[in-house]
Design a binder for this molecule. Structure first.
Ligand SMILES: [Zn+2]
Length: 156
């Protein structure tokens, strides 16, 4: 987890928004899941020489700066989500409290049909080395669906 101890600020917010949108797919709950490079479970992006987590980048693209001592936190508990509406500023303490408040976290919604963008997201995450269980948790789709998509992908 990248703790921001100094203020971060960016220019070219529209450029960064485009970079993020190009590798993002929609998931349940309105989450926008980053399907590009990931490190330690968080999306990673390099923008004008700054290495950022994608949720930091998404916050910066929307608001322009992250004040000193503040972290960008997810209200949706999805580490790869870059939907600015799901991102809030907080501190280490509120991060920990959040985890307690959410307890066992979001219930999984079964889906009837698999939209193409979900299929693409699963494949993209699988190619990036995420396990089927991680993908299931990230995209909140049934594990059987994830397995089916990955199996289809491997036989193509
Ligand atoms: Zn989200």
């Amino acid at each position: 987890m990248s703790t921001t101890r100094t203020e971060r600020r960016i220019e070219n917010r529209e450029d960064l928004k485009k970079r993020l949108a190009a590798r993002t797919v929609e998931a349940v709950g309105g989450c926008l899941i980053w399907t590009g490079t990931a490190r330690s479970g968080y999306g990673a992006i390099s923008f004008h020489g700054q290495k950022l987590s994608t949720h930091q980048a998404a916050y910066l693209a929307e608001h322009g700066c992250i004040p000193q001592g503040q972290l960008v936190r997810h209200t949706c508990r999805q580490p790869l989500c870059v939907n600015p509406a799901h991102l809030v500023l907080g501190t280490d303490e509120s991060n920990a409290q959040d985890a307690i408040d959410h307890g066992t976290s979001a219930g999984l919604m079964p889906r009837r049909r698999i939209p193409d963008r979900t299929r693409r997201a699963v494949i993209s995450l699988a190619v990036d080395g995420f396990s089927r269980h991680e993908i299931h948790r990230l995209l909140q789709i049934p594990i059987s669906t994830v397995k089916k998509i990955v199996r289809t992908m491997l036989t193509q």
